[in-house]
Each structure stands twice: as C-alpha cells, then as structure tokens.
Design a protein. Sequence first.
Length: 318
Amino acid sequence: MRFPSKFSIIGLGALATVQGQINTTTPVADAGDFGDITPPAWTYADTTWALQGRCGVSNPNQSPINIVSASASSTPDATADATAFNFDAQGFPDSAISNAQQSELEVNGHTWEVAWDDHHNATDPYGINIGDKFYRLAQYHYHSPSEHQVDGQHYDMEAHHVHFCAGISCQTNETDDEILVVAVFMNVGEPNTYLTSYWNDFNASADVDIQHLGNPYTQFMPADKSYYSYVGSTTTPPCASNVQWLLLQNSVTMSQAQLTAYHNSVNTLPQPAVPAVPPPGVSAGWINSTKINNRPVQALGTRVVTLYTQPPAVAAAE
C-alpha cells in the first residue's frame, strides 16, 4: 500500500466490529506522520523498517497477518442473518461506459496502481457504505505473492482496494483519514477478463490515463463477498495504524501470462527483492528468482479475526 511521504492518516481509531459495522465511538489516534521530514528509503530486502513511521516492533497490531481459518470467529448464524454481513458497494454512472470517469495507471517504486476516478467525476462516488459512513474508493494496487496468508499459505497475488472515509460522518475533514482496505486474493488459473482490459497498458516511463474501466466491485471481485475482518495497519511505510481490513474469503483467477507480465515489471523496480526461499503456497509456475513486494506476516497478538458470511439470498442477487 503506497502513500505520499507527507500526509496525515489518523486511521479508524480504536475499532470494534459489531454485526459487520464499524464502531467509531472512541477517539482516533495519530498513526505516525513524517510531517516535513523526508522518510528514509525502504526496500523489501530488509523489512524491519525500524525508522519508518509506526512500522517498528514497539507498535502492535500491524499488517499483514496469517489467517488461521479454523480459528476465525464467525458471526452468529451468519448464513441466515443478513444484518451480520455488510458489503454495500455503490457507484454511478457505469464506469465501463461513462466518458467522464477517468482513471490513471501508475508504476511506482514497488508495484502497479490504478488511481480510480482520478478527477472525481462520478455522479455518485464509487465506494462502500458501512453503517453511517461512506468509504470512497481511491486506488487499487497489487502485491505478489499475497501479503496475507491463509493457514500459512500465500496466494500468487493480492489486490488492495484502498478507501478513505468521505462525508459528514467521518471523524476528521482530512481526505486521507480513516482507511478501509478490501483485499482480493488471486491464483493462477483462467485469464482474468477484468485485468485484460488494462493489464498491458501499464508503462514504467509515464502514467497512463484510461477510460471505460469496469466497476471493480461487480466485474473483478467474486460474487460471494464473504470476508474476514480485522484491524491492522498499512503494509508499507509508515505503517499507519487502525486500518480496517476486509479480506474476501473467495479468490479470483489470473492467467500465468498475466502474472508473468506483472513479475517482469516488478523485477525492474528498485524496492522489491528476491527472497531467500520461494513463498509457500504459490503456484507451480513461480520462478524462484522473481522479486517480491510483500511485507512478512506480523503477530496477531490479542486481535480477533472475524468471518462474515454472505447470505445465500445476497449471493444469488449478484
């Protein structure tokens, strides 16, 4: 997850997730701001990141984590109780046919990123409603292998859809506060038609403007949006705390060619690094000399991971 060197991310405060909704009644706390100081350089060759914001070991509740599926607490009768599951995405007009909405493809020092609706031209902004708060989709980007593990295993890739609270119910007026990330796991399989629409357009030499990019909630994410939820941090410096994570339980596929195209680009970037051993769980076609851009999993500590299961009636309506 990438952020500018100067920002004021306050995060989501001391959160609790109750019936799928975020409880923000407690005061927010600063998540580590560099202010006017340029942060030291960081890479994936050494991920201790001790001088990077709140990345040090003295700050608990970091991300990513290993999800032990058997230990994830489930909401009571989640398959029958629609109030327990909360994934209410919005956005209008249809981004796939609207000329007004323009996104930007960016290649930064460690990954590929899509800056969504870059000029905020959507009539109804794209994002997710949780309780009385609206979290606006700002960008999505990729890590390979996945940053989060499930039962000790990586996926080939993980997409992070980064949202910021927007509207009168937010706890601050800053546009980059109160972070919500929706993560989607990806494994090699059938080609991903959503990625096909822009995957070959990333250019390391210059940002690329694109139109008619489809709605990621309906065209990229799986129809069954059951998710694991926990509170953590951003996964790159400054490791801003109190980030609400929604990790979709069901993965999507991408072709080996799509994964290879990404890896070929990442191998030329300055921050990724070749790991000592191949990441556990990746597909058989993984090349051992491939650079990676995932932060190692962090201690769960006293945090609880909760599984929210999408009711059958909701899944059928997709």
